[in-house]
Design a protein around this ligand. Sequence first.
Ligand code: ZN
Length: 145
Amino acid sequence: MEDYVVFGDLSMTKDQLQKKITKLAEKWLIILGLRNWVNINLQVSEESCPRGKDTVATAYPEWEYRHATIEFYLPACQEIDDDKLEYFFVHECCHILVNEMASKKKGARKHEERTVTQLAQAFLWTWKDGAGTLEKPTYKNRKPK
Ligand SMILES: [Zn+2]
């Protein structure tokens, strides 16, 4: 068995996690174009995910109604740092974005996971290396070509 290193905060409470998630939502739902959905419900469970204790979050999109729920699992969230939590937030939002194209065919879930992993990384890289602000660029503060 390998040593397991924890980078998170094992004492983080449900309320503290809810605050972090709300802050991530204020930033990322705008960037990802999900603010015009009818409802994005963000929940925190104090239990581990029934499908696996290392699962940080699960998205339940209902794209046809523009409703979605993302459930975060406190025990797994306590074991990761804020950067990883942000990655998983964006990853689950990407599941919401692509869910309309999801298929029940064998192996399709792996394709979706690969796609949303790549998209989440691309969004995070673009954010960090690019805009880095939610302020809309104006002609005055735009860099000259
Ligand atoms: Zn996923």
